[in-house]
Write a protein that binds this ligand. Structure first.
Ligand code: PLP
Length: 398
């Protein structure tokens, strides 16, 4: 029977031995075999990339991580999914597996801050040069391609400023020029956009966010096509990247409600935005919320939904009053990350220059005087309560 992804997410493998509705958490370094023959046959299967229910040694995974790989393979429609201990590990895995000295990587200027750092600062030490392109100009991307370009790394929408790009144009260009392409799809998740179907070679998600959904686990998922599989597998095995069985279990548990949670995040966000757009102190809402919002068309072209992360641009002469607004919120936590059940708010110091670690080096965002970007994650609380909280807090802005 062909099943929809919502159904598949509700039915991971059961623990038949213990009659439990949930898969077992297999914490294992040593995996036992009945005989040397069985061990050799099993290794042969793995080498031929045949479907296996367990690996030969804990570094390569256990039944729990294989279960998660299989669920994500369905969700991403991927050839294979590599799991890492954090999301960031997934980005490092892609770069370290595919880039070699002398190569260049083209990175969209609005990527998550640490992604910028790894591409710019760490890769430089391996003689790989990062060039950043304007996410709002396909021409800029095109003209920065050289014979040395090995990979195009895109984040859609971009961290904090939420620009959307014309994804198929990028993958078509990458294919023509024989360049690898990767999309950070953490915001949309493969439920709302399947990057491999749009032509990317790699689809990355920080599993820490919506996959886990409960702010208590970390992980990364790098879904790949056949073209890049071997190269990444080579590096994955030798570098020791892995996800623990406990984290994999928590992420499987989170995935079971991914569709339901995302729908609620999305509905709540819509309600909150209806309130926010009437507030005079808010100049702009960076989110594809209606046909006239910036980049709405590009969102609509590729996505079947929108999640709960957005930014608001606040006009104020006093930075301290914007901070007072955030500090006064009772239901929005102040903290990094997002994608969990709870609402969060954070000031993104996009205006500060080189000193700012998080957004350093933004070359193409137009900074305006007296404008501040506050990133909000809209959680699963009752939106009526969130609105009351925001209403009270916004009074602090001068
Ligand atoms: C868009 C995006 N990509 C990647 C990451 C890295 O994920 P992790 O924190 O799981 O390492 C983050 C984390 O905030 C992110 O927001």
């Amino acid at each position: 029977m062909k099943k929809s992804i919502s159904t598949i997410l509700k039915h991971p493998t059961k623990d038949n031995a213990n009659r439990s509705a949930n898969p077992p958490v297999t914490r294992a370094s040593t995996i036992l075999f009945n005989s040397m023959q069985e061990m050799h046959q099993h290794e042969l299967k793995i080498r031929k990339h045949k479907k296996v229910s367990h690996y030969t040694y804990g570094r390569y995974g256990s039944t729990t991580t294989i279960e998660l790989e299989n669920i994500l393979k369905e969700l991403e429609q991927a050839y294979h999914v590599f799991l890492t201990g954090t999301g960031f590990g997934g980005i490092a895995l892609a770069l370290m597996s595919l880039c070699r000295p002398g190569d260049e990587i083209l990175v969209s200027d609005n990527v998550y801050g640490p992604t910028k750092e790894i591409s710019q600062d760490l890769m430089k030490q391996f003689n790989v040069t990062a060039k950043f392109y304007n996410p709002e100009s396909f021409y800029d991307l095109k003209q920065k391609i050289s014979k040395k370009t090995k990979m195009i790394l895109v984040e859609n929408p971009g961290s904090n400023t939420f620009e959307f790009q014309d994804l198929r144009k990028i993958t078509q260009l990458a294919k023509r020029k024989k360049i690898y392409s990767l999309l950070d799809n953490t915001w949309g998740t493969p439920l709302y956009l399947k990057p491999l179907k749009v032509g990317f070679d790699m689809s990355f998600c920080s599993a820490t966010k919506y996959f886990s959904g409960h702010s208590d686990a970390m992980g990364g998922s790098l879904a790949v096509n056949k073209k890049v599989f071997k190269k990444i597998m080579f590096f994955y095995k030798l570098s020791g990247y892995r996800m623990s069985a406990d984290e994999a279990y928590l992420i499987i548990r989170g995935l079971r409600t991914l569709d339901t949670r995302l729908k609620q995040h999305s509905d709540n966000t819509r309600i909150i935005i209806n309130f926010l757009k009437k507030q005079k102190k808010i100049k702009e809402i960076l989110y594809p919320h209606n046909a006239s919002s910036k980049n709405y068309k590009l969102w609509k072209k590729y996505y079947s939904g929108a999640t709960g992360l957005l930014s608001i641009v606040i006009k104020s002469k006093k930075r301290s009053s914007v901070i007072a607004f955030i500090n006064s919120l009772e239901l929005f936590g102040i903290g990094y990350s997002w994608g969990g059940f709870e609402s969060l708010a954070i000031l993104q110091e996009i205006k500060s220059t080189k000193k700012d670690e998080y957004l350093k080096g933004r070359q193409f965002y137009r900074f305006k005087k007296d404008e501040f970007i506050v990133r909000l994650h809209i959680g699963l609380e009752d939106p009526k309560d969130l609105i009351q909280d925001l209403k009270k807090g916004l009074r602090k802005i001068k």
